[in-house]
Write a protein that binds this ligand. Structure first.
Ligand SMILES: NC(=O)C1=CN([C@@H]2O[C@H](COP(=O)(O)OP(=O)(O)OC[C@H]3O[C@@H](n4cnc5c(N)ncnc54)[C@H](O)[C@@H]3O)[C@@H](O)[C@H]2O)C=CC1
Ligand SMILES: O=C([O-])CC(=O)C(=O)O
Length: 339
C-alpha cells in the first residue's frame, strides 16, 4: 500500500509540504464528469498533486482523449480514462476520493435550482455506483444545486446501507476563494494572507461569508461589508453572465475543487489541523446539512466546527437563508426517495 517517493521530485515536494514520513500512501482519486469544463482543468490539477497515485477520469464521452493528454505529464500518478456506464465500476473501484463535477451548468437567467431536473438524476446514478464500488470513498460533490445534490447523495447511500456522514462533502470552496479575493481587493491586504469562513449553502443568499471573522482584520465600513457579501453571493452569476451562454465558472472551480480534494487527501494521510469550509451533515443549526468549517482527518470529517461570533448583519443573513436552504434540502431528500 505504501510506495516510497521520498527521493523523487514528488517526494521532495511532499516533504516541503510538511510530510514527516518518507512514505506516502497510494491514493486513488476519480473525477466523474472529467471531460467537462470543470473536469478537464481539475483532472490537470489532480495530476499535479503528488498525493495522488492513481487518477481515474470518467465521463459519458470524450475521456480517452483527456486521459491520454493528461497522462503525458511527468508527475507521480498513473492516469486512466473510462467512458460510458459500463466502465464506471472500474473507474470507481478502490477510490479514496471521488470528485463529482458531472452535470449541466447554468446559462444566464437561470438559478442553480433550475439545474435540479437534469443533475439530480445524474448525481443519483453516480452515487448508486459509488455505494456499490467504493463505499468508503470521500465524495466531493460539485454538481449543482449543491444544496440539493448533497442530500440526494446521502439518501442514496442510506438506502444502500453505506452512508457515513463523515464522508460526504458539498464543495463550497469556490465561495471561500471568491470571498478571499474580493476581501483582499477591498481591504488592500495580501490575498495570500487572507482567511474568510463562508457558511450556509451554495446558492444566492444561502452563501453567507463571515467577513466579521476575516483576517487580517481591516475594519471595513458596513457598506463595504454588504457589497462584499453580495458580490460573494452573486459570484457564480457574475461568471455566468460574463460567459454569456457558454456555461459557468470552470477554471476557478477547478482550482477550488483541487484545493478541497487536496485537503481531503491530507486528512486521510493523517496531516493534522486540516480545516476547510464544506456543506456537510451538521448540527450547527437546526438544518440537517449546513456549510461551515470542518476539520478533516483519516475518516473524513473529524469535527464540524461552530459558527463563532457573528455580527448582527451576519445573524440576520443566517436567519434569512434558512427557509431557502431547508426547501432545497427537502427537495433533494424527496427526489431521492420517490424516484
Ligand atoms: N460547487 C460549485 O461551486 C460549482 C459547481 N458547478 C457545477 O458543476 C457542474 C459541471 O459544470 P461544468 O463542468 O461547467 O459543465 P460541463 O457541461 O462543461 O461538463 C459537465 C460534464 O459532465 C458530463 N456528464 C453528464 N452526465 C454525466 C454522467 N452521468 N456521468 C459522468 N459525466 C457526466 C458531461 O459529459 C460533461 O463532460 C454543473 O452542475 C455546475 O453548475 C460549477 C461551478 C461551481
Ligand atoms: O453559478 C453557477 O452556476 C456555478 C457555481 O455554482 C458557481 O460559480 O459558484
Amino acid at each position: 500500500m505504501f510506495r516510497s517517493v521520498a527521493r523523487s521530485a514528488a517526494g521532495k515536494h511532499l516533504l516541503r509540504r510538511g510530510y514527516s514520513t518518507e512514505s506516502v500512501p497510494d491514493r486513488k482519486v476519480a473525477v466523474l464528469g472529467a471531460a467537462g469544463g470543470i473536469g478537464q482543468p481539475l483532472a490537470l490539477l489532480m495530476k499535479l498533486n503528488p498525493l495522488v497515485s492513481r487518477l481515474a477520469l470518467y465521463d459519458i464521452a470524450n475521456t480517452p482523449g483527456v486521459a491520454a493528454d493528461v497522462s503525458h505529464i511527468n508527475t507521480r500518478s498513473e492516469v486512466a480514462g473510462y467512458v460510458g456506464e459500463e466502465q464506471l465500476g472500474q473507474a470507481l473501484e478502490g477510490c479514496d476520493v471521488v470528485i463529482i463535477p458531472a452535470g449541466v451548468p447554468r446559462k444566464p437567467g437561470m438559478t442553480r435550482d433550475d439545474l435540479f431536473n437534469i443533475n439530480a438524476g445524474i448525481v443519483k446514478g453516480l452515487c448508486s455506483a459509488i455505494a456499490k464500488y467504493c463505499p468508503n470513498a470521500l465524495v466531493n460533490m460539485i454538481s449543482n444545486p449543491v444544496n440539493s445534490t448533497v442530500p440526494i447523495a446521502a439518501e442514496v447511500f442510506k438506502k444502500a446501507g453505506t452512508y457515513d456522514e463523515r464522508k460526504l462533502f458539498g464543495v463550497t470552496t469556490l465561495d471561500v476563494v471568491r470571498a478571499k479575493t474580493f476581501y483582499a481587493g477591498k481591504a488592500k491586504v495580501n490575498v495570500a494572507d487572507v482567511n474568510v469562513p463562508v457558511v450556509g449553502g451554495h446558492a444566492g443568499i444561502t452563501i453567507l461569508p463571515l467577513f466579521s471573522q476575516a483576517t487580517p482584520k481591516a475594519n471595513l465600513p458596513e457598506d463595504d461589508i454588504k457589497a462584499l457579501t453580495k458580490r460573494t453571493q452573486d459570484g457564480g452569476t457574475e461568471v455566468v453572465e460574463a460567459k454569456a451562454g457558454k456555461g459557468s465558472a470552470t477554471l476557478s472551480m477547478a482550482y477550488a475543487g483541487a484545493i478541497f480534494a487536496d485537503a481531503c487527501l491530507k486528512g486521510l494521510n493523517g496531516v493534522p489541523d486540516v480545516v476547510e469550509c464544506s456543506f456537510v451533515q451538521s448540527a450547527v443549526t437546526e438544518l440537517p446539512y449546513f456549510a461551515s468549517k470542518v476539520r478533516l482527518g483519516k475518516n473524513g470529517v473529524e469535527e464540524v466546527l461552530g459558527l463563532g461570533p457573528l455580527s448582527d448583519y451576519e445573524k440576520e443573513g443566517l436567519e434569512s437563508l434558512k427557509p431557502e436552504l431547508k426547501a432545497s434540502i427537502e427537495k433533494g431528500i424527496k427526489f431521492a426517495n420517490q424516484s
